[in-house]
Design a protein around this ligand. Structure first.
Ligand SMILES: CC(C)(COP(=O)(O)OP(=O)(O)OC[C@H]1O[C@@H](n2cnc3c(N)ncnc32)[C@H](O)[C@@H]1OP(=O)(O)O)[C@@H](O)C(=O)NCCC(=O)NCCS
Length: 172
């Protein structure tokens, strides 16, 4: 069953036409991450989130929709806003819908994304998001044969300075 789902997992380049789909899924993403990160709803019952539109418009960014067979299963947003000068790509946002979590889909998606963009990578994780830390540590150590760095750093997010655990590594 797990292997069947992994075999049906697709990472599809997204265009501006797909932006509303990702914007809708972003509510579910932030809801899910709020378990660890404690985000609150606004008065309209929605989560505030950064506008992801630039991921669909700028050539130094990339957006992907995840499907399992033909069903929406998540999204991946990449940028080049890195904490280390030598890094080339940064995982901006990464989400697998709860229905598909815990079945190897996230691992398969991350591997596919790294195959599409080989080079030097960073993954920043909110320190309170314990399950994401376990997920990234497990897959990055596996893919790099333990050749990665994990460091807590202050990074800029908009006007704010925030702390992130940064995984950095190379994918050949
Ligand atoms: C974190 C997330 C991407 C993981 O995706 P997933 O499809 O559930 O992960 P997988 O099933 O591919 O798991 C891969 C590995 O991570 C581990 N893992 C994944 N989620 C875990 C959890 N909640 N607790 C402990 N380990 C976990 C698995 O045990 C697995 O290890 P293995 O390869 O040794 O079996 C997904 O849960 C998610 O989208 N969460 C909400 C949004 C979020 O936090 N995104 C990350 C932002 S940095």
């Amino acid at each position: 069953m797990k292997n069947e789902i992994i075999a049906k997992t697709k990472v599809i380049p997204a265009t501006l036409d797909d932006y509303p789909i990702v914007r809708n899924m972003a509510q579910l993403y932030i809801y899910d991450a709020s378990r660890g990160c404690g985000f609150s709803l606004n008065k309209q019952g929605l989560y505030q989130y950064r506008d992801y539109k630039e991921y669909f418009e700028n050539s130094d960014r990339a957006a992907y929709i995840v499907k399992v067979e033909n069903e929406l299963a998540g999204f991946v947003l990449l940028n080049k806003v890195c904490a280390y000068a030598e890094s080339e790509w940064n995982v901006g946002e990464f989400f697998i819908l709860s229905k598909f979590q815990g079945q190897g889909v996230g691992k398969e998606v991350a591997k596919k994304v790294w195959q599409l963009h080989p080079g030097k990578w960073e993954v920043p994780v909110v320190p309170q998001n314990r399950s994401a830390l376990v997920f990234w540590r497990s897959i990055i150590s596996n893919v790099t044969n333990n050749q990665y760095k994990e460091e807590m750093k202050d990074v800029e997010r908009g006007q704010d300075q925030v702390q992130r655990v940064i995984f950095s590594f190379a994918v050949l």
